[in-house]
Design a protein around this ligand. Structure first.
Ligand SMILES: *[C@@H]1O[C@H](CO)[C@@H](O)[C@H](O)[C@H]1NC(C)=O
Ligand SMILES: *[C@@H]1O[C@H](CO)[C@@H](O)[C@H](O)[C@H]1NC(C)=O
Ligand SMILES: *[C@@H]1O[C@H](CO)[C@@H](O)[C@H](O)[C@H]1NC(C)=O
Ligand SMILES: *[C@@H]1O[C@H](CO)[C@@H](O)[C@H](O)[C@H]1NC(C)=O
Ligand SMILES: *[C@@H]1O[C@H](CO)[C@@H](O)[C@H](O)[C@H]1NC(C)=O
Length: 471
C-alpha cells in the first residue's frame, strides 16, 4: 500500500468512526417488584422524595416524624433500571434511568456508608479511570448529590461509559463512597440522569447529551416504553421485564400512529412541557401559565400537581377526599373507575383506570389511593424559577410511548429547542393500537378515557436480560 492510499484509508476509517451514526440501541429495562408493602406510608415517603427532588417543601406530617417510613429508591418509584458498563475493562452496573435528574453516579468498591450489597465500581481495576478536574469537584475532588430526600457523597471522576455499542470517553460521574440509608438496593448500583446539564450537581455533560453532541446517534432521541407491572408473587423482591429504553431513535414495534412532538417549555433543566388541561370523569380542569409547567419524569411513580388543580380533579370523583393524616393524598371508593386524561399541545392521552388506582389505603380497606397527589402543598413558588407545578411520572408514562428528543449543546446551552413526543402504545406494548410503520397518520386524538387494555409486563419476549446481582 502506498503511503497516500494508507493515509486515505485512515481518513476513511476516521470518517466512519466519527461521522456515521450507529443503529439505535434497544436496551431492555428491568422493573423491580418490591416486597415492601406499598401502603399509604410508602407512597407518602415517595411523594416527599419527589417534592424534595423538585424543590418543594416536604409534607409537615413527615417533618413531624412519622415513624417507620423507610426510604427505598427502588420499590415502586424510580424502579426502572438498565445495564451500563464503566471502565476498561468494562464493569457492568445497573442504573436507574431517570429523566428527572442529570447526574450519573454509582457506588464505589471503597464505599463505607450505607452502600447496600450491590455491584460496585472498582476504580483501581480500570486503566482509563481518572479523578476529575471538574470545577464542581472542589479542593478534594469530593461532592454530594442531593437526590430526593437522600444524599450521595463521593468523588467526582471520569471514565469511559458504555451503553450497548455507544460509549463516551471521559464521562464525568460521581463515585459514591457514602449514601443515605436505603438509597441503593441490590441489584441497582446508581442512577443515570437523563435530563439537562444545567441541573447536574457534577456540572458536567450528561452521557446522553455527550452522545448527541458527538453526533454518535443516528437520531438525537431516547424512546421509552415502561411496562405495567404484572401480578408477580409479592413474597420476594423480583426483577421483572420492565420495558425497552431505545437510545438513538425509537422502537417502531412499540407504538402506532404518529409521535406527537411538543417543544419543551422554558430553559432546558428537567424535561418540561406545558400541560394544557386534565380531565377526571370527563370534567375538564384547564390550566394556565401559572400552573401548567410539567416535568416528564421516568424516575417518579405517581403524578404530582398543584394544590388547586389536584383538589379540583378529585372534586369530580364521587366519594373521594383527602386521606386523613397524610397531607397531599386523596382516596376514593375502590369500586370507582377513575377515567383521567392529560392534554399536551392539543392532544389528549387517556390514563388506564388501573394506573389511577394505586391500591387500598391500608390492607383490607375499601378506600383506594389515587394516582395524583398534591405536589406543592399550597407552597407559593413563583413560576419562572424552573420549578415545575407538575411532575408526570410512571402512572402516566406507562400509557404512552415517550420520545425525548435532544439538540446539540455547547457549554451546557442547548442549540435549538428539545422536544418530547408521545405516541399510542402498540398491541405489542400492551396498548390498543396496531403496529404501523412510521409516517402513518392515525394519531390518537380521542378524548375518551382509557382505550388501552391493561397489559402484562411479559407481553413481549425481548426483555430477557438477567440483571446483575451480588452473590
Ligand atoms: C424493538 O425492540 C426489540 C427488543 O429489543 C427489538 O428486538 C426490535 O428489533 C426493536 N424494533 C425495532 C423496529 O427496532
Ligand atoms: C403544538 O402543535 C402545533 C401543531 O402541530 C405546532 O405547530 C406547535 O409548534 C406545537 N407547539 C409546541 C410548543 O411544540
Ligand atoms: C370510564 O370510561 C369507560 C370507558 O369509556 C366508561 O364505560 C365508563 O362509564 C367511564 N366511567 C366514568 C365514571 O366516567
Ligand atoms: C390560573 O389559574 C389559577 C387556578 O385556577 C388561578 O387562581 C389564577 O388566577 C389563574 N391565573 C391566570 C393568570 O389566569
Ligand atoms: C395474575 O394472577 C392470576 C391469578 O393468580 C393469574 O391467573 C394470571 O395469569 C396472572 N397474570 C399475570 C400477568 O401474571
Amino acid at each position: 500500500m502506498t503511503p497516500i492510499s494508507r493515509l486515505s484509508l485512515l481518513i476513511i476509517l476516521s470518517i466512519i468512526s466519527a461521522g456515521i451514526s450507529a443503529e439505535p440501541l434497544h436496551l431492555p429495562v428491568t422493573r423491580r417488584e418490591n416486597s415492601t408493602p406499598r401502603d399509604i406510608h410508602y407512597y407518602a415517603a415517595a411523594a416527599d422524595r419527589t417534592r424534595a427532588k423538585f424543590g418543594f417543601p416536604v409534607s409537615s406530617t413527615r417533618k413531624r416524624g412519622s415513624a417507620n417510613v423507610q426510604f427505598f429508591i427502588q420499590g415502586d418509584d424510580a424502579s426502572y433500571f438498565g445495564t451500563i458498563m464503566i471502565g476498561t475493562p468494562p464493569q457492568p452496573m445497573n442504573v436507574i434511568l431517570d429523566t428527572g435528574s442529570s447526574d450519573l453516579w454509582v457506588v464505589s468498591s471503597t464505599c463505607t456508608r450505607a452502600c447496600g450489597r450491590v455491584p460496585t465500581f472498582n476504580s483501581a481495576s480500570s486503566s482509563t479511570f481518572q479523578t476529575s478536574t471538574s470545577s464542581a469537584a472542589g479542593r478534594n475532588g469530593g461532592t454530594t448529590i442531593q437526590y430526593g430526600s437522600g444524599t450521595v457523597a463521593g468523588t467526582i471522576a471520569q471514565d469511559t461509559v458504555h451503553m450497548g455499542s455507544f460509549s463516551v470517553t471521559s464521562q464525568t460521574f460521581l463515585l459514591a463512597t457514602s449514601t443515605s440509608t436505603g438509597l441503593v438496593q441490590n441489584p441497582v448500583s446508581g442512577i443515570m440522569g437523563l435530563a439537562f446539564q444545567s441541573i447536574a450537581s457534577t456540572e458536567s455533560t450528561p452521557f446522553w447529551q455527550a452522545l448527541v453532541n458527538a453526533q454518535s446517534l443516528s437520531t438525537p432521541e431516547m424512546g421509552v416504553w415502561l411496562a405495567r407491572a404484572g401480578n408477580q408473587s409479592s413474597s420476594d423482591n423480583a426483577d421483572v421485564p420492565g420495558g425497552i429504553f431505545t437510545l438513538g431513535g425509537v422502537n417502531t414495534t412499540l407504538f402506532s400512529g404518529d409521535i406527537k412532538f411538543t417543544n419543551t417549555a422554558g430553559t432546558p433543566s428537567f424535561w418540561l412541557l406545558n400541560l394544557d388541561s386534565l380531565t377526571a370523569q370527563s370534567q375538564t380542569i384547564t390550566l394556565n401559565a401559572s400552573n401548567q409547567l410539567a416535568a416528564i419524569d421516568t424516575g417518579t411513580t405517581l403524578i404530582g400537581g398543584p394544590s388547586d388543580a389536584v383538589q379540583e380533579f378529585y372534586a369530580n370523583i364521587p366519594g373521594s377526599g383527602p386521606v386523613l393524616g397524610q397531607e397531599g393524598f386523596f382516596s376514593f371508593p375502590c369500586s370507582t373507575t377513575i377515567n383521567a386524561t392529560l392534554t399536551f399541545n392539543g392532544t389528549t392521552w387517556p390514563i388506564d383506570p388501573t394506573d389511577m388506582n394505586v391500591g387500598p389505603v391500608q390492607t383490607g380497606s375499601t378506600s383506594c389511593l389515587g394516582g395524583i397527589f398534591d405536589l406543592t402543598l399550597g407552597s407559593d413558588i413563583p413560576v419562572g424559577t424552573g420549578n415545575p407545578s407538575w411532575v408526570v411520572g410512571d402512572v402516566f408514562l406507562k400509557n404512552v410511548y415517550t420520545v425525548f428528543r435532544g439538540t446539540p449543546s455547547s457549554s451546557g446551552t442547548s442549540n435549538g429547542t428539545p422536544a418530547i413526543g408521545f405516541a399510542q402504545l402498540s398491541s405489542a406494548a400492551g396498548g390498543s393500537g396496531t403496529v404501523s410503520s412510521s409516517g402513518s397518520s392515525s394519531a390518537l386524538t380521542t378524548t375518551s378515557a382509557a382505550t388501552s387494555t391493561p397489559s402484562s409486563s411479559g407481553a413481549t419476549s425481548p426483555l430477557s436480560s438477567s440483571p446483575l446481582r451480588c452473590p
